[in-house]
Design a protein around this ligand. Structure first.
Ligand code: ADP
Ligand code: UDP
Length: 239
């Protein structure tokens, strides 16, 4: 299997076609964006950190029976992934209120939610990824059948159970995260994209220190230092 040509370049990753029609290569970039890409920067080595963190978390989830697109890492910042027909929904799971939830509903920042909240956002940059409900998703034909929405919610909750307990062992509170799913060549819904401090919020259990992209969003500290510490803590739990 060899890299052929770029298929798509996004804000955080470049996706390459390969000689195998069922496989792609995801190259994790050092660029950082926030607030609909209005704020832009980059941190050398961030791509490699997110690639490794994602790889560990995909492997962890596979061990718990969750199908993912992950195949293998082939360099510091590249992984082979199964090609998926992406479902244009961002599935956000929240354990603690912060970010857009606090602004939208007035729930005080840091409120522990009584249960994991699952939300759908329409993955559409032109519309700024709006929050949608099940009926919007069906009207927009983002899925083929209502049962797929139930599956996305179930998978979001299952992923949350696995990751929350894993990060607890790493001394981190998993505040919230965003995941994306796609369909593999057999039509199975699989977890795709990435799981990293770009797409999750982690708060240190003892100090409450933020160790994720909020450091960049709100100029609170060095992203690379925090992401490297997240990776180190993951490796410590695994070993
Ligand atoms: P964005 O498109 O939001 O700027 P990225 O820079 O992370 O995000 O680009 C990666 C793109 O690749 C996303 O559009 C994502 O939906 C897509 N993608 C992720 N995993 C797969 C996969 N397994 N098969 C096909 N496309 C994928
Ligand atoms: N998130 C993401 N990509 C997006 C929007 C959100 O990865 O396009 C993640 C974000 O990092 C956080 C969670 O989803 O972990 C919930 O984000 P929220 O809706 O609070 O977004 P905000 O407006 O605060 O970025």
């Amino acid at each position: 299997m060899k890299k052929i040509e770029p298929l798509y370049e996004g804000k955080a990753k470049k996706i390459w076609k390969t000689t195998d029609p069922n496989l792609l290569i995801a190259e994790f970039k050092d660029s950082l964006t926030a607030f609909d890409a209005q704020k832009k920067s980059s941190a050398k080595g961030k791509g490699a950190l997110n690639c490794k963190i994602s790889a560990y978390l995909f492997e962890l989830l596979e061990k718990h029976g969750i199908k993912t697109h992950f195949v293998e890492c082939i360099s510091d910042n590249e992984m082979v992934i199964k090609k998926a027909q992406m479902i244009m929904i961002e599935v956000v799971v929240r354990n603690i209120a912060t970010g857009s939830l606090t602004k939208r509903l007035g729930i005080p920042d840091g409120t522990v939610l009584p249960f994991a909240l699952v939300e759908f956002y329409y993955k559409n940059d032109d519309l700024h990824d709006p929050l949608i409900n099940d009926e919007h998703a069906l009207i927009l034909e983002l899925v083929e059948h209502e049962s797929e929405l139930e599956e996305l919610k179930r998978l979001g909750r299952e992923i949350n159970v696995v990751l929350k307990s894993f990060f607890d062992k790493a001394g981190l509170n998993l505040v919230d995260f965003k995941v994306e799913f796609g369909k593999d060549s057999e039509g199975n819904i699989i977890l795709a994209d990435e799981i990293s401090p770009d797409s999750c919020r982690f708060w240190d259990k003892e100090s409450g220190r933020k160790m994720d992209k909020d450091l960049f969003r709100h100029d609170l500290g060095d992203v690379k230092v925090a992401y490297a510490e997240v990776l180190q803590r993951i490796q410590k739990v695994i070993s």
